[in-house]
Structures are given as C-alpha cells and as structure tokens.
Design a protein around this ligand. Structure first.
Ligand SMILES: O=C(O)/C=C/c1cccc(O)c1O
Ligand SMILES: [Fe+2]
Length: 313
C-alpha cells in the first residue's frame, strides 16, 4: 500500500472547553485507532493540507494555496510549537509539479503555521518532527476563497507527483467540518484588527495573544449554552459531505458554491477543502476505500467534529 488517507477535524479548544467525559473518550478512541492504522502503514512521508487562522497568512499577500519548504508552528492555544521536519527539496519539486499541472501555488521558505498543522501532527504522529512533512496551506477564511474544484485539482496534482516517488505516503486533511468560530473579517474589523489582518498579526504581543485565546474560549462556553450565539453546526451538511468524500466522487463537489457553504454550514466550513485536496491526492494513487468514519457535532469545540480514513483498493 503506497498511500493512506486520514482526514480529521482540528479544534484549538481541546483541553480548554471539553465535552462530557464519554465524548472525550470516544474521540480519543477514534484518534488512537487512526494512530494505530498509521503505525501499521509505517509512512515514509506525510502530505499535510491545513488552513491557517490569521497566524501565518495575512491580507498583505494572501495566496489561495502555499507549499512550505520550511515551516514553524507558533504553539497557539497550547498546541505544539517548533519546527516541522520538511523535506525542502521535495516540497519545492512538488510545487513545480503542481504549477506544471496548471495550478498556481505559492511557495514559502519560511512558513508560519498554527494549530491547524500542529494538532494533527501531535495527535496522529506524536509530534511535529516525527516524520518528513510537506505542508500545504489552503486559504479557508480570507475572502476571496479558492473554489472546491481548485482544491481538488491541487490535491490531484500533488498526489500525481507523490505517487511517482515510490514512497509510502500518509495524506492528511486537517479541518472542518461545519463551524464558524469568532474569526475577524476585514470589512467589519476595527482599525487595530484590520492592521493585524494586514500582517502585523504575524507576531502578536503576548497580552494580545492571551486576549485572542480567551475570546475564543469565552465564545465556546457561550455557544454551549446557546447555539445561536454563533452560526449553529450543521450535522446534515456534514454527513452529506462525509458521504461524498467516502464515495470518492470528488468532482461532485466542483459545483459547490462558496457562499452557499458559508450560509448553510458556517464561514470556517471552507476548511473542508483540505479534505477535498487530501482525498484527491489519495485518488491519484488509485481507487480508495473508506476504512473508518466518525462524526459528532461538538459545540464545546465549536466543531462538527469528524474523522475519515481510507486506504487503497
Ligand atoms: O481562533 C482561531 O484561531 C480558531 C479557532 C477554531 C475553533 C474551532 C474550530 C476550528 O477549526 C478553529 O480553527
Ligand atoms: Fe480551524
């Protein structure tokens, strides 16, 4: 088996506002099982698709997609901080291949990443530096957003490249499903936040980082009490999306309209494009079959929380 697909929601609220113990155990069990499958697969390389939350990518220059040759996690919300082990030459060659395939992707030789990248590496591999990782950013919050179709084509091009390497590749999609945490938006932000979104947020003062973290934690607590304080999670949309990813009929998503997704499932639901890209990369290795699936709306984590594993065959 040359490739294994693991899609997983992320949420920085883990450990800050947790659901009831039995739900926590259920999720831990899902992650343990995923880890075991990965250990058995014994990957030589990881392809990781993740969004960012105005921690590494800003409106001073916002690419739709970016591949890193070096990446450093900031450790927001207490997630792991430090350097990822990135195979720089492979990353650069992958970017060239993607561009040759007709998908324009940015390249970063100093990528700053947040919990979106760090959490799956911690949960699934036990740390940031356990395996070589090609980090791929997909803009999922800063309008204008890339389409579902472009995310699929990005994933397909990367998958085609990695399939030619003859290595065992773990493909991870990090994010989604339905959710809308309180992430600021440029048109409605005050002057200070606007400046942060334009790039000064790359290096937040400690006090402001703490206030930002507490603001999201407070929002999660309020959301648990009243699910109209943020856009409600949409289990029906999430289940539909999971079914499409499991079926492998990814082109079915090409016509999905970005505005409809924001309206129906929340503005951060665009993080699911990491799953679309990851599944398309997996499909480039050959037909895949779903091995495991999990879903539960978890208001404490402001997340339609899901996981899906697929193997070749
Ligand atoms: O505020 C942030 O940086 C993001 C918070 C968040 C909350 C819930 C689910 C997610 O995917 C998030 O990124
Ligand atoms: Fe997120």
């Amino acid at each position: 088996m040359k490739a294994l697909l693991q899609c997983l929601s992320h949420t920085p609220l883990v450990g800050h506002v947790d659901p009831e113990q039995y739900i926590l155990e259920e999720v831990n069990n899902v992650i343990d099982e995923a880890r075991k499958r990965i250990e058995t697969f014994d990957p030589e390389l990881v392809l990781l698709f993740s969004p960012d939350h105005y921690n590494g990518f800003f409106y001073d220059i916002m690419p739709s997609f970016c591949i890193g040759t070096h990446a450093r996690a900031i450790g927001d919300f207490g997630t792991a901080a430090g350097e990822l082990t990135v195979p720089a030459e492979l990353s650069e060659q992958a970017a060239q291949h993607v561009m040759n395939a007709g998908v324009d992707v940015a390249l970063s030789h100093r990528m700053q990443v947040d919990h979106g990248f760090a959490q799956p590496l911690e949960f699934l591999l036990g740390g940031l530096d356990k395996l070589p990782v090609i980090p791929v950013f997909i803009n999922s919050v800063a309008v204008p957003l890339p389409s579902f179709q472009r995310a699929r084509l990005l994933g397909d091009a990367l998958g085609q490249y990695l399939a030619s390497l003859n290595k065992r590749v773990l493909i991870i999609g990090s994010g989604g499903l339905s959710h809308q945490p309180p992430i600021p938006e440029l048109p409605t932000a005050n002057e200070h936040i606007k400046d942060r979104l334009l790039g000064s947020g790359r290096d937040l003062p400690a006090e402001e980082r703490k206030a930002r973290t507490n603001r999201v934690i407070d929002a999660a607590r309020k959301f648990v009490d009243d699910q109209n304080t943020l856009r409600p999670l949409n289990a029906e949309w999430d289940q539909w999306f999971l079914e499409v990813i499991a079926s492998g009929n990814l082109a079915e998503l090409d016509q999905v309209n970005n505005q409809d997704v924001s309206d129906q499932a929340g503005k951060s639901t665009h993080e699911v494009k990491t799953w679309v890209a990851a599944a398309a990369a997996m499909a480039a290795f050959g037909q895949y079959t779903e091995q495991a699936r999990y879903y539960r709306p978890i208001p404490e984590w402001i997340a339609g929380y899901g996981a899906l594993t697929a193997a070749q065959g």
